[in-house]
Design a protein around this ligand. Structure first.
Ligand code: HEC
Length: 106
């Protein structure tokens, strides 16, 4: 009798663990990952690359709102990301650019 109970609990646990592997709601991508994917091309990993006339993000003085606006709508060679990224993603990556400020500031 006890053995049956233990077996049942074991099976229940197994089932619970197995269902962990099934996909949940999509994970929120981090600003760092988005930056690596979409921005490094011109701005470089530290924001200083300056390809295609890209601004040096380690020296940018723009506010959070201004960054979100430029990422959303683009400027000069800077692409429009409104159609590529969600609003949440744009905000995340714009916020990430602040972490580049200290990276190479002399
Ligand atoms: C095709 C090249 C290119 C890519 C890719 C790119 N940028 Fe830019 N970015 C530019 C250029 C060029 C400028 C300068 C625009 C101007 O003339 O003011 C710029 C300017 C900026 C600025 C304003 C900086 C300042 O102080 O004026 C921010 C912030 C910025 N980019 C963030 C991003 C982010 C975040 C991404 C990725 C989502 C990204 N950029 C991807 C080319 C690019």
């Amino acid at each position: 009798m006890n053995k049956t109970l233990i077996l049942l609990i074991f099976l229940a646990l197994l089932y619970a663990f197995a269902s962990c592997g099934t996909p949940h709601a999509p994970e929120k991508v981090s600003g760092a990952d988005l930056f690596k994917k979409h921005c490094v091309l011109c701005h470089g990993a530290t924001g200083t690359l300056g390809l295609n006339g890209a601004r040096d993000l380690s020296k940018s003085k723009l506010s959070r709102e201004q960054r979100i606006e430029i990422v959303s709508n683009g400027k000069a060679a800077m692409p429009v990301f409104r159609q590529i990224l969600s609003q949440d993603e744009i905000e995340a990556v714009a916020e990430y650019t602040f972490t580049l400020l200290t990276a190479s500031n002399e």
